[in-house]
Design a protein around this ligand. Structure first.
Ligand SMILES: [Zn+2]
Ligand SMILES: [Zn+2]
Length: 125
């Protein structure tokens, strides 16, 4: 699977007892539904290195889901708890894209809480 932002091939990484795909260039992560649910049950989340959050302009650029057919654009979900956190959520496969810097921002606000925002979004009608 390729990074929705850079189009580099992502590699599978272990992330707090579950699995994610990580882009070697932008360090963003791709998480899918069942893995999100595994993370929800993780209590003590420590996450990875952080450089900077992407610019607002980069964050708000539309991204196509890396899993689904070409050019299926993901929805932007801004966290209710931290306005700096903008998640890209696919309504079809329920995958979630996190930019590299978002991991740090999310860690500070509570990773599970941030993902809960995304999960609520994709599970409501
Ligand atoms: Zn990337
Ligand atoms: Zn998708």
């Amino acid at each position: 699977m390729n990074c929705p932002r850079c189009d580099k091939v992502m590699t599978q990484v272990h992330l707090e007892g579950t699995e994610a795909q990580q882009c070697p260039q932008c360090e963003g992560h791709w998480l899918e539904g069942e893995h999100l649910r595994q993370l929800e049950s993780t209590v003590n989340v420590r996450l990875i290195e952080w450089r900077t959050l992407p610019s607002q302009e980069v964050q708000t650029r539309e991204l196509a889901c890396p899993r689904c057919p070409p050019r299926l654009v993901m929805k932007k979900v801004r966290s209710e708890r931290d306005q700096h956190v903008l998640l890209d959520v696919c309504e079809r496969c329920h995958g979630v894209w996190l930019d590299g810097g978002e991991l740090r921002a999310i860690q500070e606000m509570g990773f599970v809480a941030a993902l809960a925002d995304a999960v609520r979004f994709i599970t409501r009608d």
